[in-house]
Design a protein around this ligand. Structure first.
Ligand code: CA
Length: 336
């Protein structure tokens, strides 16, 4: 008996193994788990070449440091500590300087979208210190890591990865595999996720490209448009301090949807410190301040900020930074 003349069962098994290898090879050849299916979906939706998509994904790396960063969000801190991170003198002064330097653009864009310009500045200030810290992670690495290697949020991030791969070149600040951003894959001065670039990005300077990294008109208009599309009310309040009575009813809210008329929350024992419209739709936030709980009436525009980031701490930081900036701008106007 020789190897060349193997008995029939052995030849059958060899053929079966060969067949299995052929069937399984595409899956085994994936650089990342789920890559083949993702490429199939993107190619089907956009007509982009599977070879080009695979080349992009083959070049992406799973980054352990991104998985580690997901475990320590700033939003887990109490308000007093969170506030101290974002409401620094430096960030306020830089925001005033930024406002004054780009005032015409900011006020014209704010007026067009019905959004107070100091809130556009505050978003850019909180997200990236006015464009200085836009993130050092490769966006593709970040979204591959979180979309394909992070089960707790894989559904969300895989969708963002798919959207990134589907964005036309005219909505990218540069070649896709060179883009950098946060560990969560957010890009540009306003830290837009791919679905936000697609849905709310604006080409305001008219060069045919949405460039949220290099075009200030595009950046400012995109943030304003994001707020406008999420229900920002022109001239509306964001939040106002509330003072609880001794017997105030504890209120727990699942989000900051303004779900009661203000007078209802007053009837539960929370008084305003300024004159407010009693019929105005309102919610109530309790934040852990340095010297005990702080109570805040919050309105539709506060809710609109939470569409940018769900945390009420985030929305309050943006609110207070915006207020500090516009106050500094008015001071600068007064001292001229
Ligand atoms: Ca543009």
């Amino acid at each position: 008996m020789t190897a060349i003349h193997a008995p029939r069962p052995a030849r059958f098994i060899a053929a079966l193994i060969l067949l299995l290898i052929c069937v399984l090879t595409p899956a085994l050849a994936e650089t990342h788990p789920g890559q083949a299916e993702l490429v199939r979906e993107v190619a089907q939706d956009t007509g982009k070449s599977p070879q080009a998509l695979n080349a992009l994904l083959d070049g992406a790396k799973m980054q352990q440091s991104i998985l580690d960063a997901m475990g320590r969000p700033a939003e887990a801190k109490p308000w007093s500590e969170y506030r101290a991170i974002f409401l620094t003198d430096q960030r306020i002064d830089d925001g005033v300087a930024f406002y004054l330097a780009h005032r015409e653009l900011l006020e014209r864009t704010g007026d067009k979208y019905g959004v107070a310009p100091e809130y556009i500045v505050a978003i850019i200030g909180v997200e990236t210190s006015y464009g200085r810290v836009t993130g050092k992670y490769k966006v593709l690495d970040a979204l591959v890591t979180l979309g394909l290697y992070y089960p707790p949020r894989a559904k969300f991030f895989r969708e963002e990865l798919k959207t990134l791969l589907e964005l036309p070149d005219s909505q990218l600040a540069g070649p896709l595999n060179t883009l950098t951003g946060s560990y969560a894959g957010a890009q540009g001065w306003g830290q837009f996720m791919p679905d936000s670039i697609r849905d709310y990005g604006v080409d305001a300077d008219g060069d045919g490209r949405i460039d949220l990294l290099n075009s200030l008109p595009d950046i400012v208009a995109s943030v304003a448009n994001y707020f406008a599309k999420h229900g920002w009310e022109r001239g509306g309040l964001v939040a106002a301090r509330a003072q609880p009575d001794a017997g105030a009813k504890p209120i727990v809210v699942k989000d900051s949807t303004p779900q009661w008329p203000l007078e209802q929350i007053e009837a539960w024992g929370y008084g305003p410190l300024q004159t407010l419209n009693p019929g105005q739709p309102t919610s109530l936030q309790t934040l852990q301040g340095a010297s005990g709980p702080e109570y805040w009436f919050t309105f539709q525009n506060f809710y609109a900020i939470t569409r940018y980031n769900r945390s009420p701490l985030y929305a309050m930081a943006v609110n207070q930074l915006a207020q500090a900036i516009i106050s500094g701008v008015h001071q600068a106007d007064g001292s001229r």
